[in-house]
Design a protein around this ligand. Structure first.
Ligand code: PLA
Length: 466
């Protein structure tokens, strides 16, 4: 009897026959160990029928990226995707910045460019320029060579590498993250081996910052604990501390030796100004203390799928920074070996600045690219701000019950509407509006044409469950 026939038997003699057939075929499939002994191949279920993964449970879709999956399946022509934070033009199209296209053209036309492996730490120019972009050109930490920067896979990869480093080399496991925060934060930190705790951040009543709660919770954190801070444009709430509040947070954290871990995924998107959006970070770095910084170019350069980001660890001395970098390499090498070259080359081309020597025309051209980027970035930020005003106006015009002023007060890519799960699912079901179930909408996905539709949906959802 062949194996095929034996496989069909489900009765007990059938099973025995199957076992026999397996034994008979051992000569063909058994392995020989390096010591010359036969190794029992213990055939898997897959080998004899069902999948070896038959017991794998169906996982739920990601709460943010799964919204796009559902959106893509919807055949309705009126559907709108306000789930993932991805910038769209007024025509509803994804945007590749002109300056990015220019940089890519330059890279393509440069015959000396090759596709060799980058070092484990990534493109050196990119790392230097990234640190300068977030910490400022005049940062003492940079001048004193106290910053270890490694190129990583966008913001997420930077957070993960930083967390893995902390889990191995830092004496405190607890990381305090704001409540609420970006949904991937707890997963990234837990899987890296840190112990995730939360601090109060958002007050649903005022739809603003729960500053008192934040201070109390950080004050209760164990000395040395890690604290995750959104550098600007807090996701999902769109609520940031004022500069004065940042200063109080800084003082409290430094007095308790809490270690800041900044997540900067939206530099330039909150205010339209790269320096203004980095002020919170620069405040902490200026005091000479240590911190971690995860940077992403997904949003501010529109390089989402290129996966470009950087992790910087600001250290107490240049000597420590050298050692920290050596250990970051040990984290990265077994994870993905070294980062991809293309996106980082685009960023480095744009960030190169001619301030060193304005005499070179070539360098001046590069500086122009930087300037051009800031203009395109500001245009994206301004369009988002105008969407806020338009949505607010549309709801006011409809007389939608409730105070909607938070739409214009919140900043960055998202509005945390305050709509509940039921209202969100009603809007998706009846109006084909896709958003995360916590009521967050990506303002960057809206345009003048879709605003009336969204306002109608919100109006109906609110009136329905009033
Ligand atoms: N940190 C925060 C606060 C973010 O909002 C995001 C992206 C990241 C890090 C990671 O970005 P990156 O790895 O692509 O650089 N948040 C998005 C996308 C825009 C996502 O969930 O992946 C969001 O819709 O919330």
């Amino acid at each position: 009897m062949g194996i095929e026939n034996a496989r069909d038997q489900s009765s007990s003699p059938g099973r025995r026959l199957a076992t026999l057939a397996r034994h008979l075929s051992v000569g063909d499939t058994s392995l020989i160990s390096s010591r010359g002994e036969a190794i029992d191949t213990a055939p898997t279920a897959g080998f004899h029928g069902g999948s070896v993964f038959a017991n794998v449970a169906q996982a739920p879709e990601d709460p943010i990226l799964g919204v796009t999956v559902a959106y893509n399946k919807d055949p309705s022509p009126m559907k709108v995707n306000l789930g993932v934070g991805a910038y769209r033009t007024e025509e509803g199209k994804p945007l590749v910045l002109n300056v990015v296209k220019k940089a890519e053209k330059m890279l393509l036309n440069n015959p000396s460019r090759v596709k060799e492996y980058l070092p484990i730490t990534g493109l050196a120019d990119f790392n230097k320029l990234s640190a300068k972009l977030i910490f400022g050109a005049d940062s003492r930490a940079i001048q004193e060579n106290r910053v270890a920067t490694v190129q990583c896979l966008s913001g997420t990869g930077s957070l993960r590498v930083g967390a893995e480093f902390l889990a191995r080399h830092y004496n405190e496991r607890a990381i305090f993250i704001p409540q609420p925060t970006w949904g991937n934060h707890p997963k990234v930190f837990t899987l890296a081996g840190l112990s995730v705790k939360t601090y109060r951040y958002y007050d649903p009543k005022t739809r603003g910052l729960n500053f008192q709660g934040l201070l109390e919770d950080l004050n209760m954190a164990p000395s040395g604990a890690i604290v995750l801070l959104h550098a600007c444009a807090h996701n999902p709430t769109g609520v940031d501390p004022t500069l004065d509040q940042w200063e109080q947070i800084r003082r409290l954290m430094r007095s308790k030796s809490l270690l800041p871990f900044f997540d900067s995924a939206y530099q330039g998107f909150a205010s339209g100004n790269l320096d203004a959006d980095a002020q919170s970070v620069r405040m902490f770095v200026a005091d000479g203390g240590e911190c971690l910084m995860a940077q992403s170019y997904a949003k501010n350069m529109g390089l989402y799928g290129e996966r470009v980001g950087a992790l910087s660890i600001v250290c107490e001395s240049a000597d420590v920074a050298v050692k920290v970098e050596s250990q970051l390499k040990l984290v990265i090498r077994p994870m993905y070996s070294n980062p991809p070259i293309h996106g980082a080359s685009i960023v480095a081309t744009i960030l190169k600045d001619s301030s060193v020597d304005k005499a070179y025309v070539f360098l001046c051209f590069l500086r122009e690219m930087y300037h051009e980027w800031t203009i395109e970035l500001k245009a994206m930020a301004n369009r988002i701000i105008s969407m806020r005003q338009q949505l607010f106006n549309a709801l006011s015009a409809r007389g939608t019950p409730g105070d909607w002023s938070h739409i214009i007060k919140q900043i960055g890519m998202f509005t945390f509407t305050g709509l509940n799960k039921e209202q969100v699912s009603f809007m998706t079901r009846e109006y084909h509006i896709y958003m995360t179930s916590d009521g967050r909408i990506s303002m960057a996905g809206l345009n003048t044409k879709t605003i009336p539709h969204l306002a109608d949906a919100i109006h109906a959802a609110v009136n329905r469950t009033k």
